[in-house]
Write a protein that binds this ligand. Structure first.
Ligand SMILES: *[C@@H]1O[C@H](CO)[C@@H](O)[C@H](O)[C@H]1NC(C)=O
Ligand SMILES: *[C@@H]1O[C@H](CO)[C@@H](O)[C@H](O)[C@H]1NC(C)=O
Ligand SMILES: *[C@@H]1O[C@H](CO)[C@@H](O)[C@H](O)[C@H]1NC(C)=O
Ligand SMILES: *[C@@H]1O[C@H](CO)[C@@H](O)[C@H](O)[C@H]1NC(C)=O
Length: 308
């Protein structure tokens, strides 16, 4: 069984790129994804439920879709770990709450911080950042005590599903005036100083290498992951104007560097120093919320005025 996504080219591409980036990061937490075309004449699509769905949804008969390995029927999911949203909200070995973590939960917590690194670099705003955004938008702290969006858990393993908004699509939201999500990503990253050793080593490797985009594209090409059946990068660029260009590659590397620098700070500074240094946690103070909202409001008015 697989999850099938019927989306425009860029989103399909984002989904595939995210999977290959998880390989670059040596993270075994994104289910494999392939791109195919719908074809109801083939055995793969012959199940009556599948045929009915394709018909009901009005999918084009030979549209490109992504297939992601099915993880679980269960809707079991993980709450945002309490150490991130209680007390100082800082996941650090010197945080008194750290002692209360059970070893079994610690394993999950490490997988969770893997997700934070992965989402920071790919700028996927559809997991933890989704919660932060709605928390700020509606001043609703309930958003922080919910199960994490687009994260599945099976046999104590976390799976990052629905990664289509990764890379250029996500990067688009980092520097737009209207919904500038940059701040939320920083809040997410700087809420932890506990990372899996392999992940920290991988980030350091990408920092030394200096061209993560090249590594990623090589990985994708060597697996022939983007078969030439109509969803090439060029099609995506033509359809949406989203470009996989130098700027994209630079943003990717910049985000790797941000994580690298943060991990270096974690290594070299004390808990107390870090508490002062870091500008962010998942709790966003009222003043920052006000400033962020006002900026959005002003920009919206400006845009509306410019359009008239
Ligand atoms: C998951 O759901 C499908 C379709 O309803 C069913 O065929 C399958 O047996 C279920 N698998 C599990 C592990 O429950
Ligand atoms: C978006 O936010 C970041 C950090 O808060 C800021 O550095 C950047 O200038 C902002 N971009 C725009 C276009 O407002
Ligand atoms: C906190 O914000 C200041 C001012 O914007 C910046 O110089 C500093 O690097 C930030 N700290 C961290 C840990 O990112
Ligand atoms: C957000 O809600 C809290 C209490 O729920 C309130 O004290 C605070 O003033 C609110 N902040 C804003 C910016 O509305």
């Amino acid at each position: 069984m697989a999850y099938v996504r019927y989306k425009s080219t860029c989103w399909l591409y984002g989904e595939v790129m995210a999977f290959y980036f998880s390989l670059v990061m040596c993270m075994n937490s994104v289910p494999p994804v392939i791109l195919v075309r719908t074809d109801v004449t083939r055995r793969q699509w012959s199940d009556t439920f599948v045929q009915a769905t394709v018909k009901l949804q009005g999918w084009a008969p030979t549209a490109p879709v992504s297939l992601m390995r099915w993880i679980s029927n269960s809707s079991e999911s993980l709450l945002i770990p309490s150490i991130l949203v209680e007390g100082s909200g800082f996941l650090h070995p010197k945080n008194p709450q750290f002692e209360d973590i059970f070893i079994g939960d610690f394993n999950l917590l490490l997988q969770y911080t893997d997700m934070m690194v992965f989402d920071y670099i790919t700028a996927n705003n559809d997991r933890l950042v989704y919660h932060l955004f709605y928390y700020v938008l509606h001043n609703d702290t309930n958003m922080l005590t919910m199960t994490t969006h687009n994260l599945q858990i099976k046999d104590r393993r976390l799976w990052l599903v629905d990664n289509e908004g990764s890379f250029p699509i996500g990067y688009d939201f980092l520097d737009t005036k209207l919904y500038n999500l940059s701040m939320f990503f920083t809040n997410m990253l700087q809420s932890s100083c506990v990372f899996r050793k392999e992940t920290a080593a991988r980030v350091a490797m990408l920092h030394r290498h200096g061209n993560t985009a090249k590594l990623l594209l090589e990985m994708i090409n060597s697996h022939n992951a983007i078969p030439d059946i109509g969803y090439t990068r060029v099609v995506c660029e033509e359809q949406s104007g989203i470009m996989y260009d130098v700027e994209w590659a630079e943003t990717l590397q910049k985000r790797v560097e941000d994580v690298f620098k943060w991990i270096e700070l974690c290594k070299t500074k004390s808990y107390q120093e870090l508490m002062e240094l870091r500008n962010a946690s998942l709790f966003i103070d009222s003043e920052t919320i006000e400033i962020w909202k006002n900026t959005m409001k002003r920009n919206k008015m400006k845009y509306t005025a410019e359009e008239k």
